[in-house]
Structures are given as C-alpha cells and as structure tokens.
Design a binder for this molecule. Structure first.
Ligand code: COA
Length: 330
C-alpha cells in the first residue's frame, strides 16, 4: 500500500464585509434588545454583505490572502474545495465561480461540500486526503456563508445570530510547507436531526413559488433549544476526541465554532480547559457558519498567537446535523 504523505497548512486568510450590524440596529424594528442578545449569545455585532456585494467577493478575498500567505501563485492551485451552502448561485458551485474570479486557468478540479456550519471542516477533511494520497500539492480549502441572504430578518430568533464571512487555507505536503501538521480529522452527521435547522421549502422537493415566498419558508428555520443541547454535547465530545491520549500541556489553542458564547464556556469548563486557551470572536462577528472556524483561526494566526509544537484543536457543528473536529500540530 502507498505511504501517506502528511499534509500541512501552508497559508491562511479571511475576509469580512465592512458593513457592521449592531444589536441596537435590530432593537429598532424587532422585539429584542442589546441586553438579551449579548446575555444569551455573547454577540455584540456582526458583518453583513451590502446589496452590491456577493458571496464570492468574500471567498475571493479570503483565498487571495491565503494564497499570498502560502507564497504561491493562484495558478499553482491543483484543486478547490468550498464548504458553503450560500454561493452566488444555486448552481453551478461556488468553487467554479471562485476559480474564475481568482484568475485560475489551469482547469483544476473545483467543487463544493454542503455541511452548513461544519462546511469548512468537511472541506478540510476532503482537501487533506488529496494531499495525503500524493494526488495534489496545493489544495485551496475555503469556508464561507452569506447568512444575511438566508435569514428572515423579521424572525428575531434567527436574525440576530448570524453574520457573513469567509476563511481559507492552502494545504501542501508538510515536508514542503513545514508547519501546521494535520494530525487527525473526524467528520460526523445525524440526518435525523435535519428538522432542527432547515430551509423547509424552496428546494428540490418543493420548488420556489409565490406561496413559499409569501410565507417566507425558504428562509432558515431553527429550533434553538435542541440545537443548543446538541452543540453543547458535541462540543464536549469533540474536544475530548481531539486531546484523548495527547499531552494536555501541548494544547495551544481551542478554535471552536462561534455559535454561542454560553455553550463554549460551559463545554470548556466541563473539560477543565482554561479560558485563556480558547479563542473567541463571536462578539464581533456572530455565527458566520462555515467561515466561523477559519476566520477565528486566521485572526489568531495573523496576530502571531500560535506557538510551534503546540496543538490547535478545531471543532464545528451545524445543520444536518453535522460536526467535525481536527487536531493540528503547529
Ligand atoms: C437561539 C438561542 C440563543 C435562544 O436562547 P434560549 O435561552 O434557548 O432561548 P429560547 O429559545 O428558549 O427562547 C426564550 C425566549 O426568548 C425569546 N427570544 C428568542 N429570540 C429572541 C431575541 N432575539 N430577543 C428577545 N427574545 C428572544 C423566545 O421567543 C422565547 O420567548 P417565550 O419564552 O416568550 O417563548 C439558543 O437556543 C441557542 O443559542 N441555540 C443554539 C443556536 C445555534 O447555535 N445555532 C447554530 C448552530 S450551528
């Protein structure tokens, strides 16, 4: 059997829209308050695309930053995997639109994976395999969602939670980039939980119609309580999975999906992980779905927070229900 080639993180980038939406903005037209949102979620503001921006603007910005960080040319990319459920079009894929917008003309494979908030992590799992098997040398993995285009802005239970953003990573054989060794990745799903976060109508089963538009059932519906319980339980499981059998002193940073500050604090306290080992940015960006983990990772990396030979533990959960974790040795 062929020997696997360890994969590493060669470049990291992110992009967020410049438009800031504060909690006070919602309080002007919804029955909500800055106090409720801050206390229940930890979110103070989020970024939303302006009307003249499109999701691929975010994917492109994050990708260009990651490609530059990796020190390669866009046409060196051998494959593009985008984890997103909100590209510019329902079809074709966001990855194909992105390939063109990056000026990549080498005909590299480009495709999306749909795993909602776990999208980037699922894409990372796919991209890693192509490096490990020796098939490709430069794989671009992107996560991002335009949540502002999928929420019903009149529904206070979802509108306040989500923001728009993108994050990206270039993967290479670890022997080439010599950093960010991807030691292990896990992915999982429980389709029976699909009903808890869902765009109920307007898909293949029930194509878009005037009736659907009127009742707004093409927007995201979420049953918050069961999702909260799922995320809290899975977060504990994932952190445990990542560090079982590893030296706890080697834990550099936990980089968890930013869905609710309370869930994160409860889970890390349960496992005895000190708060200063956990990265957060939910206050600034809210839940940015598939962008959440790579955005947090990119901010931490570009601030110079990561220490050599320490672990980064990544974990995400989302609609599906889906989840994914990764352990990276920096
Ligand atoms: C959404 C969430 C913050 C709600 O917090 P909660 O403490 O569970 O609150 P509940 O859903 O029980 O709602 C409590 C009350 O607040 C109300 N409420 C919901 N959103 C509100 C808002 N933005 N402002 C004010 N009140 C709000 C509810 O209508 C409910 O009122 P009622 O008791 O009169 O019916 C929480 O359930 C959560 O974070 N769930 C996980 C969401 C998530 O992570 N989703 C993405 C997964 S990737």
């Amino acid at each position: 059997m062929k020997q696997l080639i360890p994969a590493g993180v060669a470049g990291i980038g992110h992009w967020v829209p410049s438009q800031v939406i504060t909690n006070q903005w919602f309080a002007k037209y919804l029955d909500t308050s800055d106090e409720w949102i801050t206390k229940r979620t930890g979110i103070a503001e989020r970024r939303w695309l302006t009307d003249d921006e499109v999701p691929t603007d975010m994917f492109k910005g994050a990708s260009e930053m990651a490609i530059k960080d990796a020190g390669i040319d866009a046409n060196d990319i051998d494959m593009i995997v985008v984890g997103s459920v909100s590209g510019d079009y329902t079809a074709p894929s966001a990855a194909c639109i992105l390939q063109d917008r990056l000026g990549i003309t080498n005909d590299c494979g480009a495709f999306d994976v749909a795993a909602a908030c776990s999208g980037f992590m699922y894409a990372l799992a796919v991209g890693t395999q192509f490096v490990e098997t020796g098939k490709y040398k430069n794989v671009l993995v992107v996560g991002g969602d335009a949540m502002s285009r999928m929420i019903n802005k009149e529904d206070r239970s979802t509108a306040v939670l989500f923001g728009d953003a993108s994050g990206a990573m270039v993967l290479q054989p670890h022997s080439v980039c010599k950093r960010g060794l991807i030691e292990d990745i896990t992915i999982g799903a429980q389709g029976a939980g699909a009903k808890y976060i869902i765009r109920k109508r307007g898909g293949g089963a029930d194509p878009i119609s005037h009736e659907i538009l009127d009742e707004k059932s093409h927007f995201i519906f979420m049953d918050g309580r069961p999702v909260y319980r799922f995320a809290a339980t899975k977060m504990i499981w994932l952190l445990d999975w990542a560090m079982t059998g590893q030296d706890p002193a080697k834990l550099g940073w936990m980089i968890p999906h930013q869905m609710n500050r309370r869930i994160l604090e409860q889970a890390t306290a349960h496992l005895g992980i000190p708060p200063h080992k956990v990265l957060h940015n939910i206050a600034k960006y809210g839940n940015t779905s598939s962008a959440s983990v790579p955005l947090l990772l990119s901010e931490g990396y570009h601030k110079g927070l990561f220490e050599k030979d320490k672990y980064l533990v990544l974990g995400a959960f989302g609609a599906g229900l889906t989840w994914s974790g990764a352990r990276i040795l920096w």
